[in-house]
Design a protein around this ligand. Structure first.
Ligand SMILES: *[C@@H]1O[C@H](CO)[C@@H](O)[C@H](O)[C@H]1NC(C)=O
Ligand SMILES: *[C@@H]1O[C@H](CO)[C@@H](O)[C@H](O)[C@H]1NC(C)=O
Length: 347
């Protein structure tokens, strides 16, 4: 699933000064639960056997959610329900995950119902995704309609779907204009308002920057899903030295994000290079120890990331397995852990 991000050059941007916005930001969803352990999908929370009457007080307050949240999970394989159950159980129980961020697309009928079932059964929230892909087709429109229908029809969907991502790097790939994307986000928020599901866009800082900042998109989304792949920065070296590059991109969103909650969702460092995954920097190193080093860096900066606006950065590891995207997996393609992975979930 190589994307343009691996092919095109990224610019180096001046280090922007850190501007913090005060005041917690709450998207247009139901009142959140401020008890940090008695809410979905807190670690230790037990999902009830029956779906509650409403989502009032159901979700953990995003202000209390930061550090490692879970995995980016590619669905192009159209995993069966039993595989979803098995891997979501692993994601929850062996890594203390709270969320899964979907990536790619599966157009099998009922697939998102299976995701909902596996997420509910394993106490995982989901960042659902409307996938554009790279073929310039308008398939995303039927994916949008199918997802919105399922979100309304499946009684558990609103209890596990934390947010809908309107695209993964749609601005970077320039598959839709900022104005059109803004209109889609606003329409999606309206469509999903009765079930309290907010809407975001997953993109790189450069995705916004190459579109004149795309402030209209930043203003429309409820929270900000950031694609953070510092391996591709012009000044990249090793995974454990990527903090400056992380800050560069993060500062763009701190400055322009109106104080909204932020996540690093497509977030990682590849262990191999191949056609489509080539660095811009001659000294950027792809290896398992650098993949590990990058996640170690985020752990080391846990308290720095926690101080970021709206309760701090929650981050995902991109990606669950090399089977899903070569080189980025925590597991290799034979299902073996590439390195010990036990990131902090609080600090
Ligand atoms: C939070 O929820 C837990 C688990 O239900 C409960 O034991 C605890 O008393 C609650 N804390 C507060 C402050 O309500
Ligand atoms: C939401 O979107 C679905 C799928 O496009 C559509 O069937 C439904 O009528 C929409 N609902 C609202 C309230 O806009």
């Amino acid at each position: 699933m190589a994307s343009l991000v691996r092919r095109l050059l990224l610019f180096v941007f001046l280090l922007l000064s850190l501007v913090s916005h005060s005041g917690a930001y709450h998207p247009n969803d139901a009142p959140a639960n401020t008890n940090t352990s008695a809410c979905f999908p807190a670690l230790g929370f037990t999902t009830p056997s029956n779906v509650p009457a409403s989502t009032d007080g159901w979700w953990c307050d995003p202000v209390n959610e930061y550090a490692f949240l879970g995995f980016s999970y590619e669905v192009t394989a159209c995993q069966s329900l039993s595989q979803l159950q098995k891997e979501f159980a692993d994601i929850r129980n062996n890594f203390n995950s709270r969320y899964v961020r979907l990536y790619g697309a599966c157009d099998r009928e009922g697939f998102y119902d299976d995701v909902v079932t596996a997420a509910w059964d394993n106490t995982l929230g989901v960042h659902a995704l409307i996938w554009f892909g790279y073929d310039g087709s308008s398939k995303w429109k039927s994916r949008r309609d199918t997802l919105f229908s399922t979100l309304h029809s499946n009684p558990k969907a609103k209890f596990v779907t934390r947010v809908v991502q309107f695209g993964s790097e749609p601005l970077f790939d320039q598959v839709i204009s900022p104005a059109q994307l803004t209109a889609e986000v606003i329409a999606a928020k309206q469509n999903l308002s009765d079930i309290g599901i907010p809407v975001t866009v997953s993109d790189l800082a450069y995705g916004y920057q190459r579109n004149g900042g795309a402030q209209d998109v930043l203003d429309a989304i409820d929270s900000i899903n950031i694609i953070m792949l510092p391996f591709f920065a012009a000044s990249a070296t090793t995974g454990d030295q990527a903090w400056g590059n992380v800050q560069d991109d993060l500062n763009f969103f701190i400055q322009n994000g109106n104080g909204k909650k932020m996540y690093f969702d497509e977030n990682g460092w590849p262990s191999i290079t191949y056609s489509g995954v080539k660095p811009q920097s001659k000294v950027a190193v792809a290896s398992v120890s650098n993949e590990q080093g990058y996640f170690g860096l985020l752990d080391e900066h846990c308290t720095d990331l926690k101080t970021v606006v709206a309760g701090g950065i929650g981050w995902f590891a991109h990606i669950y397995s090399d089977v899903q995207e070569p080189g980025y997996g925590i597991y290799d393609s034979s299902g073996k852990l590439k390195f010990p992975f036990a990131p902090r979930t609080s600090c």
